[in-house]
Structures are given as C-alpha cells and as structure tokens.
Write a protein that binds this ligand. Structure first.
Ligand code: BG6
Ligand code: MG
Length: 319
C-alpha cells in the first residue's frame, strides 16, 4: 500500500460503518477500495495516472466497471495529503447518496435494555433473590432465565408458582411484594453511570445512526427511562416504548410492534436485539429479524446469535 492508501484505510475506511474491502478483484482489474453495499470503488491516483496514455487506460477501466454497475471515484494522492478530512467527507457523502437510492433492508434497530444496553439483568436477579430469601423461597439463576423480559407482576407470579405459592397472597399483598422488589432494584441501580453501557453498544448505535437508521428501546421495565438517563443515552433514541402502556409481556410481540409503528417502519425492516428467550420469541412474532446476546435457552434461535455485545458489528449487518 502507498502511504496515502494506508492513511485512507487505517484512518477512515476500515472503521467506516458500511463495509469496505481492499484490493477487490473484478475480472482483470484490481480495485484499491470497494464497498459492495454501495457498489462504489475508490481509486487513489499517484502522478503516473496523469499521462495521456494512463488517462485513456483509466477511462476504459472506469467504463468496464460501469458496465458491472460499479461507480468509480478517483482521488488524487495530493488531495489525501492536503485535505484528508475533505476527502473523507466527500466519500461519506457519495456513499450516502448511493445508498439513498437503494432499498436498504434494515431501517431501524430496536433494543431491549436490561442485559443488552447495560448489565441491569443481574440487578433484577439480585433484587428478586433478596425478596425470595426473605420469604424463604427457592430462586436461582436458572429460574431467573424465565423472568427476563417479563413484567414485574408476571415475574412475581413465576416465583410464586415455582414455590407452589400461587394462592398464598391477595392481590394487594402481591402489589406490596412487587414494590419491595422494586425498592431493592432501584437501590441497586442507583450508582449506574455512562461507564455501565455494555461494550460495543455505543459504537453500534453510532454506526447505525450514521447510516440513517432509527433507534428505539423496547423494554417492559418501568425503570427504563430513569436507567437510560443515568446511562446518558436517553436522547439518542427516536422512540422509547412506555412500559406502563404495554399490556402484554414478552414473548408477546406487542412492545416490538408498538416500536415499529411509532417509528413508522415496517416490521420486516426492523432488527430487534435481545438477551432473553422471551424477547427473541417476541421479535420473531412481530415479524422482525433478531440478534441474540448470549441467549442461553433456545426454543427459537436468533437470526444472529452472539455471545456478547462486544461482537456487535454494524458493517456485518448491512452486508
Ligand atoms: C425487563 C426485565 O426488562 O423488565 C425483567 O428483563 C423485569 O426482568 C422487567 O422484570 C420489568 O422491570 P421493572 O423495572 O418494571 O420491574
Ligand atoms: Mg433483557
């Protein structure tokens, strides 16, 4: 690679949200840089490209590539040296222009919160464990898998069912138990800061936004707005579902469908990101594609199973 190619690759293209490859071979030609999503090639030209013979050769090459539907951008090395920021901006604009005309399948990413954006799932577990302990009930990590994505009252009912105590309390007493659990939980999330955003999430959100996608949160937690505020990212979402208005917990698709409708985007153009089995089922039932983060129980397999948020890569998604 020339020094200009190295600069463009390492300081811009290899981290660009839409995937580029180097040295792409198209029949008898090798392209310096190529974006298959936008069908756009970038060539960096040294002084040898400015002789009349070289210009004629480049012209033939450009016409040949055009016959494959590939557009070629030629950038003189001098521009890279003198105005690198300007070159990057120009490439970004051209890519976005090309993608605008193209029907990009994914138009929105809908995130679960607990266990996806931040590791608050462990605080829900700890808060329920404290309550279960006080009541002398069994409640372990395996039981907790059933609670992920499930509303507060439904979660309590699952714990009571596991312990054969479904009829042990009146509705008012159950409300009081839910309040007790929530007090435990609110106490535990009190110290949450932007440092608690899980690895890979911030970059994934930033890349999706840069590519013009909408972002939403589909969490059945009534604490979601407070938690997103503590994480410092509440303003980055185009829509946040209001858990108080959601009548059915995941695996019902309601919350994901409400997000898609509110964004004005068809479900087939949305991707949901979830850490629970109930959540993956809800995404599928809503007619969306799913990314599963460390989903351990698998009656429905996520379309893209990942072992952690650090593996999220926007470029892989839009390819
Ligand atoms: C979900 C969690 O996001 O929110 C569940 O996965 C939790 O574990 C549910 O029960 C409801 O949360 P909250 O904060 O309203 O009790
Ligand atoms: Mg979750």
């Amino acid at each position: 690679m020339t020094k200009e190619e190295k600069q463009l690759w390492y300081k811009f293209l290899c981290d660009y949200p839409i995937k580029f490859t180097r040295q792409k071979i198209v029949e008898k030609y090798i392209l310096d840089f190529y974006c298959s999503k936008a069908k756009l090639a970038i060539e960096l030209d040294g002084s040898q490209h400015y002789t009349p013979e070289a210009k004629e050769y480049d012209q033939k090459r450009t016409e040949f590539l055009q016959s494959y539907g590939i557009e070629v951008i030629r950038i003189p090395n001098g521009d890279v040296n003198r105005n690198f920021q300007g070159v990057c901006k120009y490439i970004d604009i051209r890519i976005k222009e090309k993608l605008k005309g193209k029907a990009m399948n994914t138009k929105a990413i809908i995130f679960d919160l607990d266990g996806v954006i931040t590791d608050s799932a462990r605080y829900h577990f700890a808060a329920w464990k404290e309550l279960a302990g006080r009541l002398g009930y069994k409640f372990d990590e395996d039981d907790n898998e059933r609670l992920k994505g499930v509303s507060r009252m439904d979660s309590l009912n699952i714990i009571l069912e596991i312990n054969g105590a479904l009829d042990a309390f009146t509705e008012a007493e159950k409300e009081a138990l839910c309040t007790e659990k929530n007090d435990n939980y609110v106490n535990l999330i009190g110290g949450v800061t932007p440092e608690d955003i899980l690895p890979g999430i911030a970059k994934f959100m930033q890349d999706a936004k840069a590519a013009g996608l909408k972002l939403a949160v589909a969490s059945v937690s009534k604490n979601a707005p407070a938690l997103l505020t503590s994480l410092g990212i509440i303003d980055q979402f185009d829509y946040i579902a209001d858990a108080r208005k959601i009548s059915k917990s995941k695996p019902d698709p309601e919350i994901f469908s409400v997000c898609a409708e509110s964004l004005g985007i068809a479900p087939e153009n949305c991707i949901g990101v979830e850490d629970s089995q109930a959540g993956i089922e809800a995404i599928k039932a809503a007619g969306m594609k799913s990314i599963g983060i460390n989903v351990t129980v698998t009656s429905v397999t996520p379309d893209m199973p990942l072992s952690s948020t650090a593996e999220l890569d926007f470029a892989k998604l839009v390819d």
